[in-house]
Design a protein around this ligand. Structure first.
Ligand SMILES: Cc1cc2nc3c(=O)[nH]c(=O)nc-3n(C[C@H](O)[C@H](O)[C@H](O)COP(=O)(O)O)c2cc1C
Length: 182
């Protein structure tokens, strides 16, 4: 952790939302030696995912995907900053994850082997869904970490709807400040 590199992947459909506010509060508690990189997945312009496993197979990554894979591999910790959308992860987060299926199979990438030493986290705002309604979204990442032999860091889940809510929610701020240190 002390010399870690945290990659925060923003996947909300709006700027300055609650999930990001929570993640920024959580990040303040990281030790000063930890590098932080914040990336809006909406700016990465990943192409629609194509499953070529049982047809042509995969070639080398296109430039934008290669950059994103490199950024991913440079991190020690990958933090999905993702609001709950329809009881699941937002499309941007899901698209990014789907591309891992290619990156794992790109010639010479060793993506899966290199991911195995990393930790996966989730920071998620929702607007009052019940725990059992949120669980599938959390579990999808927890199982992904398991499949990739990554460590599961945990999920920070907060009920907030209109932007700005987090700043007025002392309990949410307190949870955020303790999240990465627990
Ligand atoms: C497309 C869409 C789907 C949503 N689906 C859910 C949902 O299934 N459950 C829920 O509690 N809130 C749902 N919400 C509300 C958001 O999770 C909530 O407003 C959250 O604060 C948004 O986070 P953000 O500010 O980081 O974008 C949905 C919002 C949108 C725009």
């Amino acid at each position: 952790m002390a010399d870690g590199r945290f990659l925060f992947l923003l996947s909300s459909g709006r700027k300055d939302g609650n999930s990001e506010a929570l993640a920024r509060e959580a990040a303040k508690a990281l030790p000063s030696g930890v590098t932080q990189e914040w990336l809006d997945l909406g700016t990465t312009h990943l192409s629609p995912f194509e499953d070529l496993r049982h047809s042509t197979g995969y070639g080398p990554l296109a430039e934008k995907a290669a950059d994103l894979a490199k950024t991913t591999l440079a991190a020690t910790d990958i933090v999905f900053v993702a609001p709950l959308y329809w009881y699941g992860l937002p499309g941007l987060a899901k698209l990014y994850l789907d591309h891992w299926s290619h990156w794992m199979r790109a010639p010479g990438s060793e993506f899966r082997e290199k991911m195995a030493s990393k930790t996966l986290w989730l920071v998620m705002a929702h607007s009052g869904s019940e725990p059992e309604q949120i669980a599938p979204a959390v579990d999808s990442l927890r199982w992904t970490a398991d499949y990739m032999k990554m460590r599961w860091g945990g999920a920070l889940l907060v009920n907030a709807n209109a932007p700005g809510t987090i700043a007025r929610d002392a309990d949410a701020l307190d949870q955020a400040q303790r999240f990465f240190l627990a």
